[in-house]
Design a protein around this ligand. Structure first.
Ligand SMILES: Nc1nc(=O)c2c([nH]1)NC[C@@H]1CN(c3ccc(C(=O)N[C@@H](CCC(=O)O)C(=O)O)cc3)C=[N+]21
Length: 286
């Protein structure tokens, strides 16, 4: 029997608990505030923006999107970030990726104040993560760790294999798994004999953006499979990076798409926005 790792249900439960925290914070005069900057029209980003605001409204977080045209200049985007860095009502700032080609992603991520960097993409927060110091962590990997925890899936000593080395998923996930004492293998588009690696995985994480690329023969029987993909297949249906129909019967547990990692990413973002806002209650400078 395969366990379906239900991200929607798990996120709902986490958010119910968080609503209580937010209610208490508001009574003490602090409403957590999240600013999202969306440049242009990436479809995955649009889904993310919509679901984020829905979730924030439900739990009492003040969230707003600043939409900028795909043609915006880097200088204008940086000026907007500077304004949000100085806005005392904004606890978290998130710039949706990817950005259009004329804008340097590094310049933008460096411009966000590390204390407001709710995505954990600023080099200071990346450094904290890799040195296992407390800090903000990218929402998708953080959400995945919360999902494993909710299902009491052991991580320490397990062979964790990650397919995909992006800055927003693969790399920070590797750090979190390492901090949780897994034995971590990073694989990517240039890995020789990918299947030889994935077949060793007790825990397999896939974040490549290649629809249904992980097939049954690439998975060890009884593995836990976490699918970070959000792709459209040839028929236009939303699918993950894992061929669910083939792989699910072989796995001990697996995330669905949709309803797996996506809702957990949003839950993680809300949790971290509230964590950043708590500093206002404690009166520390920001
Ligand atoms: N700075 C930055 N951080 C990100 O974390 C980031 C980003 N930029 N850019 C875009 C991608 C995409 N992303 C999603 C998260 C959740 C869902 C989500 O809620 N999915 C649901 C709903 C799917 C649906 O409604 O069709 C699900 O999987 O069940 C989708 C997409 C975060 N990303």
């Amino acid at each position: 029997m395969t366990t379906i790792l239900d991200g929607k249900k798990t996120a709902d439960a986490l958010m119910t608990a968080l609503t209580e925290t937010v209610t208490e914070m508001k009574a003490r005069g602090v409403t957590p505030g999240l600013a999202v900057i969306l440049v242009g029209e990436d479809p995955a980003s649009a889904i993310y923006v919509r679901n984020k605001h829905r979730r924030a409204d439900k739990i009492g977080i003040r969230s707003f999107t600043i939409a900028m045209p795909a043609t915006v200049s880097e200088a204008d985007l940086l000026a907007k970030i500077a304004e949000l860095n100085d806005d005392p009502d904004v606890d978290g700032i998130l710039v949706q990726l990817p950005l259009p080609a004329q804008i340097s992603e590094a310049a933008v991520l460096n411009a966000i104040a590390p204390e407001k960097d709710v995505d954990g993409f600023h080099p200071v927060n990346v450094g904290r993560l890799w040195t296992n110091e407390p800090g903000v962590v990218a929402s998708t990997p953080f959400g995945i760790m919360q999902l494993l925890k909710a299902y009491q899936i052991p991580v320490a000593g397990k062979n964790a294999v990650i397919v995909g080395r992006s800055n927003i998923v693969g790399r920070p996930l590797a750090a979190l798994l390492l901090n949780a004492s897994a034995t971590v293998t990073m694989t990517h588009s240039q890995t020789a004999d990918l299947a030889a690696h994935t077949r060793q995985a007790d825990l397999l994480f896939v974040a490549t953006g290649r629809p249904e690329m992980i097939t049954e023969d690439m998975v060890k029987a009884g593995a836990v499979v976490v699918d970070v993909g959000m792709d459209r297949n040839a028929a236009g249906k939303l699918v993950g990076d894992v061929n669910f129909a083939e792989v699910a019967p072989r796995a001990s547990a697996i995330t669905p798409v949709p309803g797996g990692v996506g809702p957990m990413t949003i839950a993680a973002l809300m949790m971290q926005t509230v964590e950043l806002a708590k500093r206002r209650l404690n009166g520390s400078a920001k």
